[in-house]
Design a protein around this ligand. Structure first.
Ligand SMILES: Nc1ncnc2c1ncn2[C@@H]1O[C@H](COP(=O)(O)OP(=O)(O)OP(=O)(O)O)[C@@H](O)[C@H]1O
Length: 276
């Protein structure tokens, strides 16, 4: 998936998403949102709870049809789910506990179809090697650390050679330290393997750390507020004056006014939209 950074992988134009209500009306969840994700980019959708981030991700995955607007993947209209867009779920709990790492990765390939057993074994081994898990290939998920599970989940997705990976708040339920470590690992893997990512979060700091580009959405219904490059902010930038400045600026764009870190939260706690 690595390569020409100027090539659009995913293009969303004027995406508008409505849900039917119990009273026979419609609820507009997302209103006229446009963005482009290029090869190797990590675009983060960031906005308050209920602004439609997950709905957009599900639409990209092909589970929801937009009411208006267009969604294209490498120039082709998205009309339903496909192996070219793989979702890596929260806490990586899509791993099958009764299968080894190797069998979990192979399972993803079997589901994709079109490969014989030898090809599946070969592709699984390559994917496992790419994420640095060759030595754990015969281990079961419950014996792995959170970071290793993340790598298995990513290997399983990457083995199927998708155009883009989709992640919806994968770290939301984790403690702060584990979350920090996994964010760093995710960025490290994305940089070494060059995959393209659409990532959803409501944490400002996580968005800046994980993303190369932020797409800010307003409160319900989600509309685009701003979109900008944050590729200069790696894990080592966290807490720097420049990081604090951009984090404060994002908060101002989303909510207006200055950010107040919630009382009792230490300096090492990260900004969560839920807390402000
Ligand atoms: N299947 C559905 N049927 C009806 N309304 C829905 C459905 N899914 C989502 N919504 C509504 O669409 C809006 C956007 O929801 P969505 O889950 O996309 O927000 P979000 O930004 O991901 O929120 P959070 O950060 O809390 O996960 C909300 O008002 C939600 O109630």
């Amino acid at each position: 998936m690595a390569g020409d950074a100027s090539r659009a992988v995913l293009d969303a134009r004027g995406l508008t998403l409505d849900f039917p209500t119990a009273r026979g009306g419609t609820l507009r969840a997302v209103d006229d949102v446009s963005f482009t994700i290029r090869e190797g980019e990590r675009l983060v959708l960031l906005g308050p709870s209920g602004c439609g981030k997950s709905t957009i991700l599900k639409t990209v995955a092909g589970f929801i049809r937009p009411s208006a607007g267009a969604l294209t993947l490498r120039g082709r209209a998205v009309t339903g789910p496909g192996p070219d867009r793989l979702v890596v779920f929260q806490e990586f709990d899509q791993l099958l506990p009764w299968k080894t790492v190797r069998a979990n990765v192979a399972f993803g390939l079997k589901r994709k179809g079109g490969l014989n057993a030898a090809e599946i074994a070969e592709k699984a081994a390559v994917a496992i090697e790419r994420v640095g898990l060759t030595r754990a290939a015969d281990a079961y998920p419950h014996t792995l650390s959170g970071g290793m599970k993340q790598r298995v989940a990513i290997a399983r997705a990457l083995a199927a050679e998708p155009a883009i990976l989709l992640m919806d708040e994968p770290f939301a339920a984790l403690d702060a330290l584990t979350r920090e470590r996994l964010q760093g690992e995710l960025v490290g893997l994305a940089e070494s393997l060059g995959f393209t990512l659409l990532f959803v979060t409501h944490s400002i700091d996580e968005a800046i750390l994980v993303g190369t580009r932020l797409h800010l959405l307003s409160a319900h219904p989600g509309r685009t507020i701003a979109s900008f490059d944050v590729s200069d902010f790696g894990a080592d930038a966290w807490g720097s004056p420049e990081f604090e400045r951009i984090s404060g600026e994002v908060h101002r764009l989303l909510f207006g006014g200055e950010r107040r870190r919630a009382p009792g939260r230490g300096q090492n706690e990260r900004a969560e939209l839920a807390y402000v």
